[in-house]
Design a protein around this ligand. Structure first.
Ligand code: TYD
Length: 212
């Protein structure tokens, strides 16, 4: 099963992944965690270019293509082989981040973006996507408090509000794939809800695979 975690900046998904992975391993699942942009040697180099605060001249189209190059490498080097080996792959951000940030945020042509994303991923879609929902202002406040500020965080508040609205639109359009949790709760409460949501889906998927 391929699971992705999505949400606006400062939604706290990254710090929840180790706890989720440990929990699933204790229940016997073979879990691999990774992240975007990055997750491979080549992808990490691309990530540095994308995040560098000095790269203010970066054109949105350059940004789009760099994210896809990191993603293509991750899909082919890490995600597909591990799914084929029967693992549960959990990825911190994936293709929906491009649609949310570059599509809704930068207001780029959605059809073109879908095509570029499909090219990068070879059409691989997540089985389950968890949306860590938080308003843009609270998310950005958390990010600056963490001292973890990057080039994309520095986009205007209106950009981040469009990102969040975009996530809501995508989650509503594909309710069988997306589950939403309230990311303004405490870290412990978010972890509890995350475990519950993921485990319920995994158990259903495992039962469906069992022979009659
Ligand atoms: P990161 O520090 O990994 O943030 P987070 O912990 O919130 O995931 O930075 C990733 C940034 O890149 C984040 O602002 C979202 C953005 N992003 C895109 O704009 N498009 C994409 O396709 C991806 C994968 C990320």
């Amino acid at each position: 099963m391929f699971i992705t975690l999505e949400g606006p900046d400062g939604s706290g998904k990254t710090c929840q992944i180790p706890g989720l992975a440990d929990f699933l391993r204790q229940r016997g699942y073979d879990v691999l965690t990774t992240r975007e942009p990055g997750g491979t040697g080549i992808g990490d180099q691309v990530r540095n270019v994308l995040m560098n605060l000095d790269n203010t001249a970066m054109h949105p189209r350059t940004e789009i293509l760099l994210f896809q190059s990191s993603r293509a490498q991750l899909v082919h080097e890490v995600i597909v082989p591990n799914l084929e080996a029967g693992k549960v792959v959990i990825c911190d951000r994936y293709a929906d981040s491009t649609l949310a940030y570059q599509g809704y945020g930068h207001q780029t042509d959605m059809q073109a973006l879908h095509n570029i994303v499909n090219f990068a991923t070879g059409g691989l879609k997540p089985d389950l996507t968890i949306l860590f929902d938080i308003d843009a202002e609270t998310g950005l406040r958390r990010r600056s408090a963490d001292g973890d500020w990057n080039r994309l965080d520095a986009y205007a508040l209106a950009f981040h509000e469009r990102v969040r609205a975009g996530y809501h639109t995508m989650a509503a359009a594909e309710p069988e794939r997306w589950l939403t949790l309230d990311a303004t709760q405490s870290i412990e409460d978010v972890q509890t809800e995350l475990r519950r949501l993921v485990l319920s889906r995994l158990e259903v998927a495992t039962q469906e695979k069992r022979p009659e």
